[in-house]
Design a protein around this ligand. Structure first.
Ligand code: A2P
Ligand code: 11C
Length: 346
């Protein structure tokens, strides 16, 4: 059966990983098309051992495409996703543009795949730091009900895309060569530094990245009673976000039971053996599909609480892989169609 898939933003850090993931997982596409801005039209991007010629994204390109996976920034998604849906093409969007829109499911397949039922053509991929946290917290929430989450993140520069990766590389090279590093992407040097600032500051003095973790958790868990407070920090790591997560639960769960529960959870890998110095780290998790968790300890300051250390490849499970898994789930559930094509373009 014919199945045409498009990757929008195919020249970017996430777009390239999307093409790699589609190929590696044998996604049942009969044709793959790559789109980016006019700047890169005509250039090539790898797909397995072949290359695809990048086409310019325009409003009318979606005719005949069944699924488009977008990772080309919020404004591109805002503008083009409704045209895709109108043409009958289902969009899985990796930007923040549609996440909190009531018409769009926000999905982590291991957590809330059921939310795909009744989609209207645009499905949102959550923020990377939310995805990895919830893959781990979901089984705990189901078992002992999480009341409150306190999270601090250690986020890789690839979260900013290709330009974040280039900035860290260039600044490290400059510093080792005695040059003053220029700051183009972040307001301060990221090399050998830590910036408590990801995305823009909001009126409440939190950053937008921090508030994404708050609001997306409630939407994905379908549970407004879960309180989340976050501090998001950019660190000089290329790939993989790490998170220190403290949870307070309604019922008691020992660290030992949490380890057993998490070792059976879909998409989760427990690496937690302090005596052997075994714990997850970005260097350990690059290129991996699973979300890693370790340092599981009971919080000794409250009745029912746990501390966890969660690491995942932000470009993979945090973006490309989660989006491709949504595509797989849409096929499995026979949902790769747009019932009402006019929901987003009136
Ligand atoms: P291009 O390479 O042509 O600029 P990253 O997140 O790594 O910065 O990548 C962003 C991706 O989004 C790139 O593939 C980029 O394409 C694409 N992109 C940015 N703006 C647009 C646009 N207006 N239309 C289509 N693609 C865009
Ligand atoms: C980062 N989490 O690490 C961001 C990247 O809302 O999709 C993804 C931003 C978003 O910078």
């Amino acid at each position: 059966k014919k199945l045409t898939v498009a990757v929008v933003g195919a020249t970017g850090a996430v777009g390239r990983e999307m093409l790699k993931t589609l190929h590696e997982r044998d996604f049942p596409a009969t044709e793959i098309r790559a789109f980016a801005s006019a700047r890169s039209a005509g250039t090539k991007v790898p797909y397995g051992d072949k290359e695809l010629t990048v086409q310019e994204l325009k409003e009318d390109v979606f005719e005949g495409i069944d699924l488009a996976i977008f990772s080309a920034g919020g404004s591109t998604s805002q503008k083009f996703a409704p045209h895709a849906a109108k043409a009958g093409c289902v969009v899985v969007d990796n930007s923040a543009a549609w996440r909190m829109d009531d018409r769009c499911p926000l999905v982590v397949p291991e957590v809330n795949a059921h939310a795909l039922e009744g989609h209207n053509g645009i499905i949102a991929n959550p923020n990377c730091s939310t995805i990895q946290m919830l893959v781990v917290l979901k089984p705990l929430h189901d078992a002992v009900k999480i009341k409150r989450v306190v999270v601090s993140t250690y986020q890789a520069v690839s979260g900013t895309g290709q330009k974040g990766i280039e900035e860290l590389e260039r600044q490290v090279r400059d510093l080792f060569n005695g040059r003053d590093p220029e700051c183009n992407t972040y307001p301060y040097r990221i090399a050998f530094n830590a910036l408590p600032h990801i995305d823009v500051f909001l009126d409440n003095d939190y950053t937008k990245e921090e508030m994404k973790m708050v609001h997306e958790t409630v939407k994905i868990f379908e549970d407004p009673s879960v309180k989340v407070t976050a501090t998001c920090v950019r660190v000089p790591v290329f790939y993989c976000h790490a998170e220190s997560v403290n949870i307070e639960t309604e019922k008691k769960l020992t660290a030992k039971d949490a380890r057993v529960m998490l070792s059976q959870a879909p998409g989760v890998r427990v690496v937690d053996n302090p005596r052997e110095l075994m714990y997850p780290m970005p260097s350990y998790c690059v290129g991996e599909d699973e979300t890693y968790v370790g340092r599981i300890r009971e919080d000794e300051t409250i009745e029912n609480g746990l501390n966890l250390w969660i690491v995942a490849d932000n470009v993979r499970k945090g973006a490309a892989l989660n989006a491709v898994q949504i595509g797989e789930e849409l096929i499995k559930r026979d949902l790769l169609r747009v019932t009402d094509k006019n929901v987003f373009l009136k």
